[in-house]
Design a protein around this ligand. Structure first.
Ligand SMILES: *Cc1c(COP(=O)(O)O)cnc(C)c1O
Length: 217
């Protein structure tokens, strides 16, 4: 199916509160434009350099999300335009985002990445750390933490996926009860987004289903 056709099909099945982030990493501008011309405005990239290049070459009303790991020394390149940073996993990184937000006269929206996968993963915060950092960050004026992001284990085990999504969703609901500004729960990719939505996600990051398998060569 075409890119536009696939996006239409996915969107027709999404509850209206769920935002689709089209993950365009490794894909050319033409593919992004096909989606854009079909009304898709939200795109996700996982590398800073690629994100900046695409931002520069594509229409300015695209909302760019950085979904991958971010190093503090690269925040400055995306701070002028990024709409949402999904994978914040340290207070040090928040301090840098706040600094660059201030420099650019912007308030930068962020999600804290919480570790939910059972498999060893390098990135992400424990629930306790996420709560601590979230509260610490309330004094930072040039950023808003608007929610949480999680990546489930790469598995077909539906029971395990359900447990992982539910754990983060429960945490989100608990935090939201005392912090109503929390609005985004980013969970779900090509292989697992229907289940993620069933278990509370309201932002899905879908790449290969829309754009086809990625070729890293
Ligand atoms: C690549 C990527 C996705 C999309 O993965 P697909 O399986 O192609 O949908 C989602 N989230 C993150 C953080 C990614 O790096």
């Amino acid at each position: 199916m075409s890119i536009a056709g696939t996006i239409n099909k996915i969107k027709s099945q999404l509850p209206k509160e769920v935002t689709l982030v089209a993950v365009s990493k490794t894909k050319p501008n033409e593919a992004i434009l096909e989606a854009y011309n079909n009304g898709q405005l939200v795109f996700g990239e996982n590398k800073v350099q690629e994100l900046v290049q695409k931002y520069e070459g594509l229409p300015k009303d695209i909302e760019w999300h950085l979904i991958g790991h971010l190093q503090s020394n690269k925040v400055k390149y995306i701070a002028p335009f990024v709409q949402l940073i999904h994978a914040v996993d340290s207070f040090k990184l928040l301090l840098e985002i706040n600094k660059q937000g201030k420099k650019n006269n912007r308030i930068i929206n962020c999600l804290l990445q919480v570790k939910i996968a059972k498999e060893e993963s390098k990135f992400g915060l424990d629930f306790d750390e996420a709560e601590f950092i979230f509260n610490e960050a309330k004094n930072l004026r040039s950023l808003h933490i608007i929610g949480f992001m999680g990546m489930a284990t790469f598995t077909n085990d539906q029971k395990q996926l359900k447990e992982e999504f539910t754990a983060l969703s429960d945490f989100f609901i608990e935090q939201q009860a005392v912090n109503p500004q929390l609005s985004v729960l980013s969970m779900g990719m090509s292989g697992d987004y229907p289940l993620a939505i069933e278990h509370g996600s309201n932002m899905i990051r879908v790449g290969s289903t829309i754009f086809g398998e990625r070729n890293y060569n």
